[in-house]
Design a protein around this ligand. Sequence first.
Ligand code: OGA
Ligand code: MN
Length: 301
Amino acid sequence: MDVRPLSHDFGAEVIGISLADVADPGARGDEAYALVRAAFEEYSVLLFRNQEITDELQIAYSRRFGPLEVAKVASLGEGTPFSILTNVDRATGKLVAPDHKESLRAKANQLWHTDSSFKQHPALASVLSARIIPPAGGETQFASQRAAWDRLSETTRTKLFDACVWHDYAHSRGQIAPHLASERERAAMPPACWRIRWRNPVNGRDSFYLASHAYAIEGQPEPESKALLAELMEHITDPAHTYTHAWQAGDVVMWDNRATMHRGRPWPAGEHARLMMRTTISASDADGVAGTRPPVEPATA
Ligand code: OGA
Ligand code: MN
């Protein structure tokens, strides 16, 4: 296995090992998994090119890393291991209108976020495969929350060390349209509170754990809390430190939800189809979940 860095401080293309190698249930698979897992811990974003992707292969590969999330309520793919991101209406095969729920969801995905930080159980990683790629736009952009933590001054790092932050799916959706998160979604996904910092248990490196879902810093008055969150989001996603992935047929990208943020980029969605399939791996205690939980469960949001 070889790796080719994608940017100066995070991300790597994996060369010489395929998803199928890792998915292999035998000793060869164990060995391939160990190599890819080590690269994942180190680089946070991994790119595999020219994969012959199928749903079965994506699931078998993803399962190597841990249990898979079931796609959230009211989303395409609900009840299955796949979150489906597309502007194609399954029933008619036509492109959906700009005010269609899936168009609004695509817009919400274009806000910087990490997957599942609003859930009661956060995600270790996401695996995204490109199934239909538009001829222009539709890139996915990444920022390293670990590199952003390292770029802080010692004073700020100390100040934020034990801060906890509330995350809510309805909050990120609310930035696109007031009632985009339905009652059913709100009921299934109440706000969750996490430390602002996730320490990787393998290499001991700290990372921010923020996202568009983050709406309040626990124990801080609202104006200060909102201003600080906005400032930190800007710091983390500084364009000088992002990687933009332009999708090619056969690409699969995997990212560490503990150490990165990402966002989709727009494309002419009224003219061109885009279809992406995501599997999401739940974090376990070995991935540092316990270290992310606040010491005392706060009583109110
Ligand atoms: C995702 C996501 C962005 C994109 O799959 O979690 O945010 O570019 N995707 O489709
Ligand atoms: Mn996402």
